[in-house]
Design a protein around this ligand. Structure first.
Ligand code: GDP
Ligand code: IMO
Ligand code: MG
Length: 426
């Protein structure tokens, strides 16, 4: 296997964790490169379900190095909760490492996020996961945040506590929230230093260089998806990091030349959680049917996911901005009982009548765009036990062939059920 990035090609929850777990068997190291515990990643093995938020989805293999990279943000309590859950499930964490350069989500980041999300008058309601992601990345970029390495340097702590308090307390006050003292932050940081000590990798530079020399195979695991990317997604209704494959070069410690393959993950339809434009959204009984059959409820928040037909305009955009080399199509089995399946091939601008298959990035104009659909016949049989492409019904093959034609890269993996086994490799 080549060094590969697994990236969500839609609005998250595409089944990235299942694909990461599948590919991890042939990798030496799995790196989570961005995001935090806003991610909810599900892996099913022999009917047992594992859920991950920060820990890379390769952790089920004992011998793989799992690395939480510099581009991530880590909420210490939520991290500990995840760790304890995994230990309870008998999962070996001896190969789990965290970059000292990862950023820390402090309790006040959650306080601020709650206040901002509830303040509809002065801010965009995003429908976030309320895990403090935006405020943590905001502080990182404003250079007043805490990195994990700071916990182990008295001078860094002194400096950062001083500047964080100056930055955060006026904000907290403006929302009528509890402020923090120097002592509060010292206590928190002391506690966090203990939490992270077993996982911290202070000699990461030597290790990463060594792995590179040894030609270890690296799998980069993305969280969220292209359409939630802070630069390329449906801004401002996005997350605060770069899920696109380019984010792997920034958020892993390995530069772009290390990346050899980029696999996009798309459901056979689309979903979205939270606010923001979704041109092929179905608010009728078909959307409801997709939600129920596909169990489309958030892994992290339990919120019902909005559902819609496959949007090839979005897929083509994801191929471009993430440099995808192939696509994994998941949840094809969800269509087993559908008479008709639609694919959006282009949008019509109702102001001008112009039809285009280029994604319009001005999301506040999306109300003027209508999806143009083509209709495919459903295969109307159970495909969840199919393991070879040749054994798929012809109508399912036709649907996949048409998708490939539209997004102009090959499909490399087809998933027909949540279990590791329910997979067709091409
Ligand atoms: P991620 O965030 O991209 O890793 O995806 P999630 O884990 O949040 O959501 C994907 C959901 O779909 C999980 O519950 C998976 O177990 C499930 N899943 C993945 N692939 C398939 C598939 O091919 N068919 C079905 N029915 N479920 C799948
Ligand atoms: P995985 O990795 C789906 C969405 C939220 C919200 C927006 C911003 O499981 O695919 P945030 O808390 O990040 O500030 O929220 O992004 N969102 C996700 N949607 N899957 C995810 O992760 C998501 N992580 C964030 O619903 O719309
Ligand atoms: Mg998810």
């Amino acid at each position: 296997m080549k060094n590969t990035v697994v990236v969500g090609a839609q609005w998250g929850d595409e089944g990235k964790a299942k694909v990461t777990d599948l590919l991890a068997q042939n990798a030496d190291m799995i790196i989570r490169y961005q995001g935090g515990c806003n991610a909810g990643h599900t892996v099913v093995v022999d009917e047992k379900t594992y859920k991950f938020h920060l820990v890379p989805s390769g952790i089920l293999y004992k011998d793989k190095i799992c690395y939480i990279g510099p581009g991530t943000v880590i909420h210490p309590e939520m991290f500990m909760k995840e760790i304890l859950g995994l230990v309870k499930n008998g999962i070996d964490l001896s190969n789990l490492k965290i970059s000292p350069l990862a950023s820390i989500t402090m309790p006040y980041h959650l306080d601020i996020e709650n206040a901002v999300e509830n303040d509809a008058k002065t801010s965009n309601k995003i429908g976030t996961t309320k895990k403090g992601i935006g405020p943590t990345y905001t502080d990182k970029m404003a250079r007043v945040g805490f990195k994990i390495q700071d916990l182990y340097s008295p001078d860094a702590l002194k400096n950062n506590i001083f500047h964080s308090l100056n930055s955060i307390n006026p904000k907290l006050q403006s929302y009528g929230l509890k402020t923090y003292s120097k002592y509060d932050l010292e206590l928190l940081c002391h506690k966090y230093a203990e939490y992270f000590a077993p996982y911290i990798d202070l000699d990461w530079q030597e290790k990463l260089s060594e792995y590179k020399k040894e030609k270890k195979t690296i799998l980069f695991e993305g969280a969220q998806g292209v359409m939630l990317d802070v630069d390329y997604g449906t801004y401002p209704f996005v997350t605060s990091s770069n899920p696109i494959a380019g984010g792997a070069a920034v958020g892993s410690g390995y530069g772009p030349s290390t990346i050899e393959d980029v696999i996009g993950v798309s459901k056979a339809y689309m979903t979205r959680v939270g606010e923001g434009s979704f041109i092929t959204e179905l608010t009728d009984e078909i959307g409801e049917k997709l939600r129920e059959i596909g169990h489309e409820y958030g892994t992290t928040t339990g919120r019902p996911r909005r559902c819609g037909w496959f949007d090839a305009v979005v897929a083509k955009y994801a191929v471009l901005v993430s440099g995808l080399t192939s696509m994994a199509i998941t949840k094809l089995d969800v269509f087993d009982d559908f008479d008709e399946i639609k694919i959006c091939t282009a949008y019509k601008d109702t102001r001008t009548g112009k039809i285009s298959s280029s994604y319009p990035t001005q999301v506040f104009e999306h109300k003027f765009f209508e999806p143009i659909y083509e209709v495919h016949k459903g295969w109307k049989c159970d495909i969840s036990n199919v393991r070879n492409y040749d054994d798929l019904p012809q109508l399912a093959k036709d649907y996949l062939k048409r998708l490939e034609e539209l997004f102009e890269i090959p499909i490399s993996i087809i998933s027909v059920g949540p279990d590791r086994e329910q997979t067709i490799f091409l």
